[in-house]
Ligand binder design. Sequence first.
Ligand code: ADP
Length: 669
Amino acid sequence: MPVLPSPASEAVAHARWAALRRGLWLLPLLASLLFVIGVLAWAYRADLAEREDRRTTLIADALSSEAQLQGMLGAEMAHVQDLARQLPRRARSAEGLLASPDVSEGLRRLWLSVTWLDDKNRILAHVPDQNALAGLLPGELADGPGLSAHLTQAMGVESLVVRYSPTLLLRRGIPWWLAHKYDMQLIDSSEQVIASLDQTPLRTDSPGRESYMVSVGGNMPGAFLELSLREAPPPFWRTLPLVLMGGFLGLMLVATQLLRRQVQRISRTEAAWRTEAAWRQAMEDSALVGLRARDAEGRILYVNRTFCSMVGLSAEQLVGLQPPMPYWPPDALDEVMLRHKRNLEGRAPRDGYEALWCHQDGRSLNVMVFESPLIDARGQQTGWMGSIIDITARKRLEERERHQAEAMAQQSRLTTLGEVASALAHQLNQPLTVIMGYNAGLQRMLLDAGYDNQAVLHALAQQGDQAAEAGRIVRRIREFLTRRAPQREACDLGAVARRAAALLQRDLQAADVQLQWALAPGLPLVFADPILLEQVLINLLRNAVDAIRSQVPTDRPEATGLGSIRITAQPSGQRFVRLDVEDSGPGLQGRTVKHLSAPFYSTKSDGMGMGLAICRSVIEVHHGGMDAGNSSLGGAGFSFTLPVFDAQLHEASLAEEDARASLESEGRT
Ligand code: ADP
């Protein structure tokens, strides 16, 4: 079974979502921070790689510089060895040394002095002599440091020592682009600077600058060549892109702050708007007036809860619908469509109009509709807003009042009629009694006179019986009209029906109507007044004959003999007997028994419209019921039920009647 979200959990989810949305302003800042961190990481890695490259280049440059120095020293050593091979042939004096071109060239290159030593290391000859060497010493010596190195070559027991300037060695041996890039120094094992490319011979320890030291060895044992980068590279966080990133982050902070303020302002406005919308919704839903907004084409844009309950459809089912609407009565669509068009054209009555609508469950409702223009924010009309009031209850009340007024009018006419009929019956009673008296006197006189024409005597007897019967009928009707209780007794419904049919024999024959009988055998007796019952049956049969007759074209009265009437009587359950009078006439055409038995309702030119009204009230007085519908013979079918005679009930009702009679007589006295 699907679990529906409870309103509480929905509220919590909504609050969480609102809090999340309130914090959305942080998102750009967080994204920027992530971006900056990414760029920093990338810059750091690039810086590391660059350092690695620089270090590799530094090592390669140091090694190649050392190789070049070694090469130069090797070449100088070769010159010294050449000189040593020449010297045994020379005079052991300074002139002798100077006579060798190697010496003068050496002094011009980087030699500082050449000394010839004997086996006891005593100087045999030494150049330069200050005077002799004027102009031979290289000018750079003046700038160079005072430290010097020497090359020694043995010549048997004697030896040759050549002093040279390591500074000159550096300046001449190192290519200019390396000298431009690096600060180079020759250092001995005790970290003493032997030579330097720069004027400052002291080693300056600068932590940012990278340096690399390589052992020279060979002809300069114990010496090291140190290369230091002239410029310390700036730390990666001081590079331009990162400075720009810093600026960007600062601007982002400012922008975020502005965004935050804006989001807060919007959130406050939104909350106020939501509260207002909730209030409005609550007001609209609690209103008893239905609200319906439509666009200019008549499409439903909005409905409130009252409107939905009025027509029995949900807002989802209604919104977006176009005419014809599901709540319009299906049998009056054309008329409602015309009214709808009139309303859309703005011609709806200002003080509202009444309409008949249908609820989804089929019941109809009366509504009062007031249309007013729907104006949007720009002041333009976009449709119509209708306020709808359900006036069904009011209408019903009005209808009931009208019915009551009609019923009262009819009641007073009935009372008058009852009084007239009662007076008439009273008046008729006397001549009938006189007729009976004359009849009885005449019969006696004829008998006394010995008159024996049996036909005449029989006719007279019949006349007397009929007059007595007429007197009884008049009396019963009078009693009924004066609201006396009917004279109920156990009676055979079949026999009563046959008597009524016998009384109408002539009419039935005149109309050539065939009478069919379907009386169930052993039909129980009913508890009723047989005279009133007879009148009911006479009325039903006469109506049936009239209905059959009404089908015969008036210009061809001879075309009769087509009609038939069927009288059916059978038990209805344990306690009732039912009698049906069906005919082959035109039928009731949808009219109900309630409709037909309304007093004074008649479709006949000479009809009074009281027949069925009296029949119905007679049956109801007998605790029965009357109904009408279609018959299988093609016409109308009238039926009534009457309670079965019950001896015990009969006695009880007799006792009741006695009690009532004694009460009435006591009241009178
Ligand atoms: P009346 O006979 O004076 O018209 P009733 O109360 O007996 O008054 O009948 C009322 C109306 O019911 C008749 O006018 C007739 O239209 C209709 N009606 C009664 N019985 C039948 C029937 N068997 N077939 C068709 N219509 C009938």
